[in-house]
Design a protein around this ligand. Structure first.
Ligand code: NDP
Length: 248
């Protein structure tokens, strides 16, 4: 049976765990050949093998999105080895929450570099080829934090507000070209994201908050992404906000 993304090539950043991993599997299931990228080579190689075992096509490319050379190489290698690039999912992200008074400048910089600069660099590199072929889809993973800032989320929310602004500007620039831009804004999802929170108090408070909820699974967000990228060309899903039902 034919699949919606047969013949398409997708690249997913941050594919070594959580939402990125689930998205890579889902897009492969929808028929796309998928480039899976992140820093942890062992994880993405295992994922690529899993996808291939299930009958899909996958390519693991080790890349740190804060390194311009890596970003350029991952996109070039995808085009060369998988034959194109139709869907770019900018998913790599870190959430190093802390109140401003205790925030580490290096953590703030890292969030900017990964969540915002990495996403903008990958988009910049992918765009010319998409414009040339008059089609393509850029999916940017933002957050509920891209719409509202809460205590301790200042630095993180700043990057996600930035993602939303960059994406909306890009959407307007590409509206006439057949290239589509989608922003995905997840609420709480069961992933490794919270485990890297450096501030112990914040880490504990987040863990408690999540325990009181039936949080989303990475596959729930992957399904939203699949929905956005499998619409007919006239349909541009601009923004999807997906929270756990019991998240306030
Ligand atoms: P995970 O921590 O499970 O995954 C994050 C991914 O980003 C990993 O694959 C990691 O791979 C990758 N990554 C981190 N730094 C870099 C880097 N410098 N270069 C390349 N890849 C990097 O978290 P999630 O799956 O939850 O996060 C995915 C996205 O979803 C993020 O943008 C996050 O902000 C967003 N999000 C998550 C929510 C949640 O509740 N979980 C809610 C809202 C948004 P590696 O370490 O191998 O490089």
């Amino acid at each position: 049976t034919p699949h919606d993304l047969d013949g398409d090539v997708a690249l997913v950043t941050g594919a070594s765990s959580g939402i990125g991993r689930a998205t890579a599997k889902t897009l492969a299931d929808a028929g796309a050949a998928v480039a899976v990228t992140a820093r942890r080579t062992d994880r993405i190689e295992t994922l690529a093998e899993e996808i291939e075992d299930e009958g899909g096509e996958a390519l693991a490319i080790t890349a740190d999105v804060t390194e311009t050379d890596d970003v350029e190489r991952m996109i070039e290698q995808t085009r060369e080895e998988l034959g194109g690039l139709d869907v770019l999912v900018n998913n790599a992200g870190v959430m190093l929450l802390a109140p401003v008074i205790r925030a580490d400048l290096e953590d703030l910089q890292q969030m900017l570099d990964v969540n915002l600069m990495g996403l903008m660099a990958a988009t910049r590199k992918a765009l010319p080829g998409m414009l040339e072929q008059d089609s393509g889809h850029i999916v940017n993973i933002s957050s509920v934090a891209g719409r509202r800032a809460n205590e301790t989320s200042g630095g993180y929310a700043a990057t996600k507000f930035g993602v939303n602004a960059f994406s909306e500007s890009l959407r307007k620039e590409t509206a006439d070209s057949g290239v589509r831009v989608t922003v995905i804004e997840p609420g709480a999802v069961d992933t490794e994201l919270g485990q890297h929170i450096p501030d112990e108090q914040v880490q504990e408070r987040m863990a408690e908050m999540v325990q009181d909820m039936t949080v989303l699974q990475p596959e729930d967000i992957a399904a939203a992404i699949r929905y956005a990228v499998t619409q007919p060309p006239r349909v541009s899903v601009n923004e999807l906000l997906v929270r756990p039902t019991d998240q306030q």
